[in-house]
Structures are given as structure tokens and as C-alpha cells.
Design a protein around this ligand. Structure first.
Ligand code: GAP
Length: 436
């Protein structure tokens, strides 16, 4: 794990948030490679969940919602984690993170043995960030930064039904920022305070919810496996009743085998029943019903929700793709996720004819390849290959003296290190096939 964190910093994937001011806990900034990886990941999710289907549409709601949204959804009263405070140094912990509490108790050996009297009573801490809309900071203007994007979908259900003429079963997908004032953060991107989420709310007829719940659990697993996550690192878990929200009719989680904690949540898939739409109907006083033209029935749809954090998924893909092979480090990222798709090199940086041909190929590929194409003429070819392997670039193109004669270049594959000669004129088609 330390190696991945170091690589992410060194190569410009991920930087600590507000680093020059000493950092801001629970925030991370995406550097040039990180933003490319994140963009590709979101793009793959959107492709699968929206573009490739005819039963899902997209939405991008605002981040700030009316405070009543959060009362209706139950977040004001129940979006809490149990908190306890160390009476010795006043550090705060999640009461259910027993390992961290035990570790902390050991840091005060002189005051006792970490007994109960060194800790405050457990109280519930609300994770929503408060803010005020407009120039007056009072209760009437108070709202929250959204801790999930899902509510933006529920409050727009009627708008989407009326404007898109979608028929149940259908879904609304959204990617956007969520904010949670987590009591403790940690494990790099795993638990942070500001993160992007990819959420689908899939509306179904009550009674058909179980079959759609199974369907989405399988779909989501297929998405991870299709992008190269190793099957042996994934588990699908049904959460016991005591661990799920009171309104949920069932929640499964896709667990990843994290190096820092073993199996734990990567993505949640919940059957939210009709809770959210009913709550918004009740609190807003507006009827939110679906009218089935075939059966002439009116009903509140049930909702199946697959939801995952972009950063948490990125972390899983980074960990899963990291490998060391003799003297090289490779990120064996799926080509669709790789932050740089192709790197172009002139064999020698001081041979004008090689450099200008390489630059021509580079600028042509930038137009045809859907993603980042890089150019590198520093150091020797071996070092350039290793440098690209480390960031997961699937293909490198080298222009050498023979290229000037036969109009071919060497294309080297990251995973096999095999090289083949490809006609420059065929490169566009070659990469179109290889990268898709
Ligand atoms: N709308 C459903 C929902 O918000 P959740 O299980 O609380 O469900 C969904 O969050 C996903 O968001 C999680 O499975 C995880 O991938 C990600 N996530 C949640 N809290 C996070 C945090 N503090 N840092 C990073 N990712 C987080």
C-alpha cells in the first residue's frame, strides 16, 4: 500500500489536499494522471449504465438542496455515526472502530489501562457538513452539502418522468460530489470527507424489486470483472438486517480485499423500497406517483440503487493492477482505464529526422486516440519504457532509423513487452482495435 501511495504522489496521480498549508484531513487532489484515470473510470461507468442501455437516463443536479430534502430523507435525524472522545487528549473516534480505540488507549499508559472511565459516553455525530445559503447565517438559511447524490435524483423523479417519457422499469444515473464529515478518515482514498459518487436509482414495480436487485448485483460484478479486477479479490455479501438502513428491503455489498484491512466495502447495492419517494411526497406535499398506462394503476415505485465512490473504485483498480516484475513496476490497468493510452518516442533525442517524424505521429495520434497520448525523448529507451509501465501506459511507439526507410514503427506492449513493427499509416486503426 505504501508503494502505491508513493507512486501516486511521485508520478502525479494523487496529492494530499491543501498540501502547501500542511494538508486538510480527508481531502485529496487529483494530479494530471489521476484526473485522467478518474475521467476514464467515470466514462466507463457512464457508458455501461447509460449509453449502452435504453432504460437509463442521466441527471446532474445541484450539490446544494433545500434543507427539507435532508429532513425528508432522514439524514438530519439519522445520518450519524457513534462517536466517543478520549478524556485524556480529547481525540475523537468512531465508537465502532474498536481496533483504533484499543491502539489509542495504549498511548496513555500512565493514566490507566484504557478503561471505560477514560472515554466519554457514546453520542451520535451527524456527518453532514452544514452551510448557509445567502449572506445571513441563521437557521432559516441553513442547509447541508449533500452526503449522497441519490436525493437529487428522487426530487427530480417527476421532472424526468414528464420530460423523458421513460417507462418503468427505468433508471436515473448521476455522477457527482458528495461530502461527509467522517469522524475519522484514512487509508488513502478509502475514507475521505469529499468524494465523487456514481449512483444509479433504478425504479421498478413493487413485487419486481427482488429480481432487479439480483440483476444489478450481477451487472455490477460484471463491470468490475470486465475492467480487469481479479475475481479472487472480490466477494458479494448480503448484509444482515441489523446492519442495514431501517427502510432498506435488502442491501448487498461488493467487497474488495483491501491490503490495509482485508475484505471491506467497495460498492453498495440497496433495495430502498418506496421509502425515498414516499418521504418526499409526504414532506413536500406533492404527489409522486407513477401511472402505468397499460394497467391503469398508480403506484410509488421501488428503487434499486448501486452506488460507489469514484476514489474508492480508483483505489481498488490501482491496487489490483500494481505488480512488480524483476526490476520494473507495472500498473496493469485495463487499456480503457489507463491514464495515458500511448506514448511516442524518437529513438534518439538529438536526431532531427527521428524527432520530427515522432512528433508528427504524436500529433496525429492525439487526434485519433480517445485519451491521453504522451511524447517522451528523455533518457534511454529502456528507462522511457519503465517510466510508462509504472503509470500503466499499455503501448509505446518508437521511431527509429529504420522507420525513415520502411515507414514502420516499433509498438511495444506493456504486459508482454513484445514488440511488433506496424506501418505508420495503420497506427490509427491499430490503436482503435487495441484500445477498445
Ligand atoms: N446513496 C447510497 C449511499 O450513499 P453509501 O454506502 O453510504 O451509500 C456509497 O455510499 C459508496 O460511496 C460506498 O460504497 C463507497 O464506495 C463510497 N463512500 C462512502 N463513504 C465514503 C467515504 N467517506 N470516502 C470514500 N468513499 C466513500
Amino acid at each position: 500500500m505504501e508503494k502505491i501511495v508513493a507512486l501516486c504522489k511521485r508520478r502525479g496521480f494523487i496529492f494530499p489536499g491543501s498540501e502547501i498549508y500542511g494538508g486538510l484531513n480527508g481531502t485529496w487532489d487529483l494530479g494530471p494522471l489521476g484526473v485522467s484515470l478518474s475521467h476514464n473510470l467515470k466514462n466507463q461507468w457512464w457508458r455501461r449504465m447509460v449509453y449502452e442501455r435504453n432504460d437509463v437516463v442521466g441527471l446532474d443536479s445541484s450539490i446544494l438542496y433545500h434543507a427539507k430534502v435532508w429532513e425528508a430523507s432522514g439524514h438530519v435525524s439519522s445520518f450519524t455515526d457513534p462517536l466517543i472522545e478520549c478524556k485524556v487528549c480529547h481525540e475523537r473516534f468512531r465508537a465502532d472502530h474498536t481496533k483504533e480505540i484499543e491502539e489509542h488507549a495504549k498511548t496513555h499508559p500512565s493514566t490507566g489501562s484504557g478503561q471505560a472511565d477514560e472515554w466519554t459516553e457514546v453520542k451520535q455525530f451527524n456527518l453532514m457538513f452544514k452551510t448557509y445559503v445567502g449572506p445571513i447565517d441563521n437557521e432559516n438559511n441553513k442547509t447541508y452539502l449533500r452526503p449522497e447524490t441519490a436525493q437529487g435524483i428522487f426530487i427530480n423523479f417527476d421532472n424526468v418522468i414528464k420530460t423523458s417519457r421513460m417507462k418503468i422499469p427505468f433508471g436515473i444515473a448521476q455522477i457527482g460530489k458528495g461530502f461527509r464529515n467522517e469522524i475519522t478518515t484514512g487509508n488513502f482514498l478509502f475514507r475521505v470527507r469529499e468524494f465523487e459518487m456514481m449512483e444509479l436509482e433504478f425504479f421498478v414495480k413493487p413485487g419486481e424489486d427482488k429480481q432487479w436487485f439480483d440483476y444489478w448485483r450481477n451487472e455490477r460484478l460484471k463491470w468490475y470483472f470486465g475492467l480487469g479486477i481479479k475475481k479472487e479479490h472480490i466477494k458479494l455479501i448480503d448484509l444482515p438486517k441489523k446492519d442495514i438502513a431501517h427502510y432498506s428491503k435488502g442491501t448487498s455489498e461488493i467487497w474488495y480485499d483491501w491490503p490495509f484491512m482485508g475484505y471491506g466495502e467497495l460498492e453498495g447495492i440497496a433495495n430502498r423500497g418506496d421509502y425515498d419517494l414516499s418521504q418526499h411526497a409526504k414532506h413536500s406535499g406533492k404527489e409522486i406517483l407513477y401511472f402505468d398506462e397499460n394497467t391503469k394503476e398508480r403506484f410509488v415505485p421501488y428503487v434499486i440503487e448501486p452506488s460507489v465512490g469514484v476514489g474508492r473504485a480508483m483505489l481498488a483498480f490501482l491496487i489490483d493492477s500494481y505488480c512488480e516484475d524483476k526490476d520494473r513496476v507495472i500498473l496493469k490497468l485495463h487499456p480503457k482505464l489507463a491514464p495515458v493510452k500511448v506514448a511516442v518516442f524518437p529513438l534518439l533525442a538529438n536526431k532531427e529526422e527521428l524527432v520530427s517524424l515522432a512528433k508528427k505521429i504524436y500529433s496525429d495520434l492525439k487526434k485519433s486516440v480517445d485519451g491521453v497520448v504522451a511524447f517522451d525523448d528523455r533518457g534511454n529507451i529502456g528507462k522511457r519504457y519503465f517510466s510508462q509501465d509504472e503509470i500503466g501506459t499499455p503501448f509505446c511507439v518508437t521511431v527509429d532509423f529504420q522507420s525513415l526507410e520502411d515507414k514502420k514503427v516499433t509498438v511495444r506492449d506493456r504486459d508482454t513487452t513484445k514488440q511488433e513493427r506496424v506501418l505508420i499509416d495503420n497506427l490509427e486503426k491499430y490503436f482503435l482495435e487495441k484500445l477498445n
